[in-house]
Design a protein around this ligand. Structure first.
Ligand code: AMP
Length: 441
């Protein structure tokens, strides 16, 4: 392992030591581009999705900056760095990175999100806290209770800014911005650049450096994609069969509904395949437990809805299964982006029934290529008359008709309401369809 490649970015020893321990070989492109600029104190506008290594791209230089200078306004409950994320999962993951990379630095951090008891967070904020990673709504609750004072923030990060807008956090973000000192460093990460994101970044960033890295390897060579046509009622048996015969050990399965996720996890478990469901109706403790069990390989299958899966950071996931296709083609790209990360090859299989053929057509148009079909003996393809239903006119890069509101739950924000799961039009996003949708991710 050669941390020297990280040293070349100007990172100091305590960080290089931590990096040596996590075993990274070399910086990812976003890290190579972002780290030196952030270290210089520049504002940053970064087009990078989850899976590119963006978290280390901002956490590493921020740790270094904070450790290298005294606090501008030291005090208890007065963070020097604020990272805003759209979901609690992402907040937890970013915070885990702060802890991991910062383990040899004398900096303190905490994570704040809704859906859990506020008291432990309040307690954590009573001491010295250098870095706060938070979802916007719960952070404002703490502001309201005077648990946190944002007037000493030296560095602000908006992570997955497009997703925050999608989730209706713009007003919360604006309220938070008013509480920050005018003089500060700002970093904005977004997968796509809609007009809304441009407006937001124009209002926040000063003379930013723009960095852009290729889309996560979604829909790319690194993910082997296939489709298995199958009757709806056979899907669950087929999935059990495939997991067993291929000896898949870590599978992330997507369902469209929370109820469907629960039922499928139960069915797999009763088939002797340990599985858990993760979705917005589950308590944070239950979700964390399921994710931990999955990561530690105590359960082999995690069944998730789209929103719950957003921001999930699971290393080198080998297999993703779309138990049902998403209504919005861009979500397919998100989903398969959960595999084939950080240079590893992954596989994404979609189980498609007759009703979903038109969704499949929309997806193939979006990724601009047909997806391989596979078959399994004993599992019927849907009747051709239904399977060959005409495709809707979904234009590449745009949500299809009727996609404006999907039934999926909202995972992260502590506040109900907002703008649901609407996606901004994709027309102004850079990079064409393979960039995936506006994402948190
Ligand atoms: P992120 O895009 O920040 O969510 O990171 C995606 C994954 O890549 C995480 O699991 C990181 O631990 C991993 N990662 C980040 N930087 C590197 C690196 N330089 N080399 C290998 N893996 C990395």
């Amino acid at each position: 392992m050669s941390v020297s490649k990280f040293a070349g970015l100007g990172l100091v020893d305590p960080l290089l030591r931590a990096l040596a321990e996590v075993g990274y070989d070399a910086p990812t492109p976003i890290q190579s581009q972002a780290v030196p600029e952030v270290l210089k104190g520049r504002d940053l506008l970064a087009a990078a999705q989850t899976g590119t290594g963006k978290t280390a791209g901002f956490v590493l230089p921020i740790l270094q900056l904070l450790a290298s200078r005294p606090a501008v306004k030291p005090g208890n409950g007065r963070p020097r760095c604020l990272v805003l994320t759209p979901t609690r999962e992402l907040a937890a993951q970013v915070h885990a990175s702060v802890v991991t990379y910062g383990r040899y630095m004398d900096l303190t951090s905490t994570v704040i999100f809704g859906g859990v008891n506020i008291n432990p967070q309040t307690k954590a904020l009573r001491g010295r806290i250098d870095i706060v990673v938070a979802t916007p709504g719960r952070l404002l609750d703490h502001v309201g209770q005077k648990n946190v004072d944002l007037s000493g923030v030296e560095v602000l990060v908006l992570d997955e800014a497009d997703r925050m807008l999608d989730m209706g956090f713009i007003h919360d973000i604006r309220r938070i911005l008013k509480l920050l000192p005018a003089r500060r460093q700002n970093l904005l990460f977004s997968a796509t650049f809609s007009d809304d994101i441009r407006r937001l970044s124009d209002g926040i960033l000063t003379n930013p450096v723009s960095v852009e890295v290729a889309a996560r390897n979604t829909a790319s060579e690194l993910v082997h994609q296939s489709v298995h046509l199958v009757e709806t009622h056979q899907k669950r048996d087929l999935l059990s069969h495939l997991i067993r015969t291929h000896r898949w050990e870590q599978v992330l399965v997507f369902t469209r509904t929370k109820h469907g996720a629960n039922r499928l996890a139960e069915k797999l478990s009763s088939d002797g395949i340990p599985a858990a469901a993760i979705h917005g109706n589950k308590s944070q403790a239950a979700r964390t437990k399921a994710l931990d069990q999955f990561k530690n390989r105590r359960i082999g299958v995690l069944v998730a809805t789209d929103i719950a899966a957003r921001g999930l950071d699971i290393d080198q996931l080998p297999q993703v299964v779309n138990f049902e296709l998403p209504n919005v083609p861009e979500d397919y790209v998100h989903r398969i982006g959960r595999t084939g990360r950080a240079g590893s090859v992954g596989a994404a299989l979609s189980l498609v029934d007759g009703e979903e053929m038109r969704l499949l057509t929309g997806i193939e148009r979006l990724i601009r290529r047909p997806i391989d079909r596979i078959q399994t003996e004993g599992f019927e393809a849907p009747k051709p008359s239904r399977a060959s239903a005409p495709a809707p006119s979904v234009r590449p890069g745009r949500p299809g008709p009727g996609s404006a509101s999907r039934g999926a739950p909202r995972a992260g924000g502590p506040r109900p309401g907002g703008s649901g799961n609407r996606r901004p039009p994709q027309g102004s996003s850079r990079g064409g369809p393979s960039r995936g949708s506006s994402r948190a991710r």
